[in-house]
Write a protein that binds this ligand. Structure first.
Ligand SMILES: Cc1cc2nc3c(=O)[nH]c(=O)nc-3n(C[C@H](O)[C@H](O)[C@H](O)COP(=O)(O)OP(=O)(O)OC[C@H]3O[C@@H](n4cnc5c(N)ncnc54)[C@H](O)[C@@H]3O)c2cc1C
Length: 438
């Protein structure tokens, strides 16, 4: 039996950031991780000289916690900007624009002049209303968490903006429908504009960040936790062949996994642990040759496909526009399926997924099928927490409820913003709860 002051379960970015903070404060902490490597949904695989981000795709210069960590770990020179050019499909054509240039959006052909005006004016008005609200803490967006994104966007911006901006945004980034997502999420994302946010990546792959954080920590890999029970003045953590005891546990696994292993849930914990997750499948296609010049896509990083245009693909990226250094030769295309397609296709074999994806991709990248060197498929059953209306309030209630009697503190993106920075914020919060209530 190994006795520790704090045990963190899960070596995703939330758990690692929590353990990193505790270790800095001199707390005796270990991390138990079921997988054979750290990072969870933030992983990079190296294959034949190509670097493939299998889960999280990009970072943002507005990610304060992660940008500071990157600095602290001494890898700022590797923190590089992606291309600012994106595309959204309308009438089967990719409409290219710079995400930081409203004028280029106007001339892209995506929106009519009156839709563009409504979008720019509406977004600007929102920026004034949301000034100062932290973009990495979902609980702070409670006042906007009272209606689904779809009905709000139809009314606020108009149907075309819902269909050609809000819907593809929520599917490409979170694999979720606007009807099942709170308006708090797109409103919070709009606030990235106020931070002049740039999309960023790490030259060594996004998975390099969790790997570097873990280097200074005692992480036990291949250690799957089966059960966590609060007993006496501490917590018992059971794996297949070992029992650990700790004064406190930070449980940093996604809600569907946490609810299976944590046996002493309070009513509010139960509420949070019932958070549903969207699913997706990501498919990387390494290409022998570069994309033909006449496609005029070589400078485009991400392409979103709205539901009116899509079969199964929510988005694809052209990885040399993210960072040329990660593409050994030819090109690397990364495809993300919509939540609806993901839910069904996670259960299918690689071959049938690849066949269906190539059929749709051919519309935008003709002859891609003859150009594929190899493929990688990543299945994410628990891809992103669904931000249904009311999630902010539940998180607020939970955070307020924590006191010294809580032996298990929950962390992970389902307690925050559904992205890496949001998960990291929950890790900082969990660590500070352990420290301040100690
Ligand atoms: C396809 C995809 C694309 C995304 N794109 C982006 C993006 O571009 N930008 C962005 O910022 N975010 C993105 N995200 C979201 C981001 O990846 C997550 O929000 C974040 O990584 C979640 O971190 P976490 O620590 O909460 O959970 P996780 O990363 O899921 O970590 C949980 C850890 O717990 C471990 N674990 C589970 N069960 C047990 C157990 N029983 N015992 C021990 N360990 C266990 C898991 O193996 C895992 O390592 C994306 C996510 C996906 C799936």
């Amino acid at each position: 039996m190994g006795d520790r002051k704090v045990i963190v379960v899960g070596a995703g970015i939330a758990g690692l950031v929590a353990a990193f903070q505790l270790k800095k404060k001199g707390v005796d902490v270990i991390v138990l991780e079921s997988a054979s490597k750290v990072g969870g949904r933030m992983i990079t695989e190296s294959s034949n000289g190509y670097l493939i981000d299998g889960g999280a795709q990009f970072l943002s210069s507005a990610y304060k916690i992660l940008s500071d960590l990157i600095d602290e770990l001494g890898i700022t020179p590797e923190y590089v900007e992606t291309s600012r050019i994106v595309g959204i499909v309308r009438n089967a054509k990719i409409r290219k624009f710079r995400y930081d240039s409203p004028l280029s959006l106007l001339f892209s052909g995506l929106l009519t002049f009156s839709d563009w005006l409504s979008f720019c004016f509406g977004s600007f008005k929102l920026l004034k209303k949301t000034k100062g609200i932290p973009i990495n803490n979902y609980a702070a967006w409670k006042e906007f968490d009272n209606e689904a994104a779809e009905s709000w966007s139809d009314r606020y911006y108009g149907k075309n903006i819902t269909e050609y901006f809000v819907e593809p945004l929520l599917e490409a980034l979170y694999f979720q429908k606007p009807g099942e997502t709170s308006k708090a999420l797109p409103i919070a994302l709009n606030a990235f504009v106020a931070h002049k946010a740039k999309t960023m990546t790490l030259a060594g792959g996004i998975g390099k960040l969790p790997e570097l954080i873990a280097k200074g920590l005692d992480v036990r890999l291949n250690t799957s936790v089966d059960k966590i029970s609060v007993k006496g003045d501490g917590v018992s953590i059971y794996t297949a062949n070992q029992e650990f005891r700790a004064e406190k546990v930070i449980l940093a696994t996604p809600a569907p996994q946490s609810r299976k292993i944590y046996t002493s849930q309070s009513a509010i914990e139960k509420e949070l642990l019932s958070t549903e997750f969207s699913s997706t499948v990501n498919i990387a296609f390494a290409l022998v040759n570069k994309l033909p010049q006449e496609l005029n896509l070589n400078d485009v990083y991400g392409v979103w496909i709205p539901r009116r245009e899509r079969k199964i693909i929510a988005a694809f990226t052209i990885e040399s526009a993210k960072d040329a250094g990660r593409v050994a030769s030819g090109e690397l295309i990364h495809v993300m399926l919509s939540g609806e397609a993901g839910e069904i296709m996670v259960a299918q074999n690689d071959e049938s997924i690849i066949t269906d994806v190539l059929e749709e991709l051919e519309q935008y990248l003709p002859c891609i099928s003859e150009n594929v060197a190899f493929t990688r498929v990543y299945r994410w059953i628990n891809a992103e927490p669904k931000s249904r209306v009311g999630r902010c309030e539940k998180i607020n209630d939970y955070r307020k409820s924590i006191n010294n009697h809580n032996k298990v503190i929950l962390a992970g993106d389902y307690l925050g913003m559904p992205f890496t920075e949001g998960a990291a914020e929950t890790g900082i919060w969990a660590a500070s709860s352990v420290l301040s209530k100690a």
